[in-house]
Design a protein around this ligand. Structure first.
Ligand SMILES: Cc1cc2nc3c(=O)[nH]c(=O)nc-3n(C[C@H](O)[C@H](O)[C@H](O)COP(=O)(O)O)c2cc1C
Length: 189
């Protein structure tokens, strides 16, 4: 198996991290790998914010959880997992990872969501190949509507939140989440 396939099959979402800071040059390499992903018409319309500060991570985790709870309430859904997280001040959507990478995109990008998602995919594989763990954090999406967060991340007015990914050294064994067989609906030859 080649190194690329080894990275693809070896990666798993990591939800327990050591506190050790990720060296800046490693984060920059991972961001670069993200920026090298395919993107609509090569507009290169995505940008990143890196959050390492513990107080900021904790503040925005709380804010994201509050938003999730508000959204569930407004939609009339009761979601026990979100209710548990909202009730527990120690809940952390970022799992204590020492770095969170947020991806934003210019509103005028041709394919902002696709571009940002492909960037996260690249960053996950790059990080894994460098011995780091990652996890996509969809729970953070509500931060895209939080003015304080957007301002703190330096996001210009005409740009929008796309995704977030946590990064750090895994603490302990990593659970492998198996896949079923690939489903090919039809092979039209
Ligand atoms: C769009 C997206 C959003 C996700 N959001 C979260 C999240 O908020 N919290 C979390 O713990 N995992 C999140 N995950 C990780 C998935 O749960 C994980 O990828 C899936 O269970 C498969 O496991 P694996 O990544 O280890 O193969 C997200 C994954 C994707 C692609």
């Amino acid at each position: 198996m080649n190194d690329t396939l080894r990275s693809i099959y070896g990666r798993s979402s990591v939800r327990k991290y050591k506190e050790d800071k990720v060296p800046e040059e490693d984060i920059r390499e991972i961001l670069k790998a993200g920026f090298h992903a395919a993107n609509g018409m090569n507009r290169q319309a995505i940008e990143f914010a890196v959050m390492e500060n513990k107080n900021s991570r904790s503040k925005y985790s709380r804010k994201a959880i509050s938003r999730l709870a508000e959204e569930a309430k407004a939609a009339g859904h009761s979601n026990p997992m979100i209710e548990r997280m909202a009730a527990d001040p120690a809940s952390d959507i970022f799992y204590g990872a020492p770095a969170v990478i947020f991806v934003f995109a210019d509103q005028n990008a041709v394919t902002p969501v696709e571009d940002g998602s492909l960037a996260v995919g690249n960053m996950m594989l790059a990080a894994h190949s460098m011995g780091y763990g990652t996890c996509f954090i969809g729970f953070a999406a509500g931060l895209g509507g939080d003015d304080e967060f957007l301002k703190e991340c330096g996001v210009p007015d005409n740009h929008r939140y796309i995704a977030s990914m946590i990064l750090g050294k895994p603490d302990g064994d990593i659970d492998k989440h198996p896949r079923s067989d690939v489903r090919v609906l039809k092979w039209i030859k």
